[in-house]
Design a protein. Structure first.
Length: 129
C-alpha cells in the first residue's frame, strides 16, 4: 500500500448551524448525499455530525488536489460507514475521476467532533499488488 495524499480540515460547528439557518435545504442538498443526511437526521448532535462530514469532504478534496473546482461537487465525496462503524469515503463523479487518475483506490478516514468544532483526516492510498 502506498500513500498518495493526506488532507486534514477543521470546521467550526457554528458555521454549519449558520448555513443551516440561512440556507436550509439548499445547503444540505448541495453538500450532502441522501445517505449522509439520513445518518445525521436522527442524531442528538446532528450539527456536529454534519460538521464532521463537511470537514471530511474538505480533507478528501485536499488529497485529490482539486478543491471544489474543475467540476468536482460536494457530493462527489461521500462519507459512509463500514459494517464495523468505521468511516470511509466513497467517491463519485468528477471527484472519482481525479482519484482514479492519481491511482487512489482506498481511503483511511478519521472524524472527531465536540460542541464547537469537528475535524477530519483523510488519507488516499493505492493498494498495490
Amino acid at each position: 500500500m502506498r500513500i498518495i495524499g493526506h488532507g486534514v480540515d477543521i470546521v467550526d460547528t457554528a458555521r454549519i448551524e449558520r448555513m443551516l439557518r440561512e440556507h436550509g435545504d439548499r445547503f444540505l442538498l448541495r453538500c450532502f448525499t441522501e445517505a449522509e443526511l439520513a445518518y445525521a437526521a436522527d442524531k442528538k448532535q446532528r450539527v456536529q455530525h454534519l460538521a464532521g462530514r463537511f470537514a471530511a469532504k474538505e480533507a478528501v478534496m485536499k488529497v485529490i488536489g482539486t478543491g471544489w473546482s474543475q467540476g468536482v461537487a460536494w457530493t462527489d465525496a461521500e462519507v459512509v460507514r463500514e459494517p464495523s462503524g468505521k468511516p470511509t469515503v466513497r467517491m463519485h463523479g468528477k471527484g472519482l475521476e481525479f482519484a482514479i487518475a492519481q491511482g487512489i483506490d482506498g481511503w483511511f478516514l478519521s472524524i472527531s467532533h465536540i460542541d464547537t468544532h469537528a475535524i477530519a483526516s483523510a488519507i488516499g492510498v493505492a493498494n498495490e499488488g
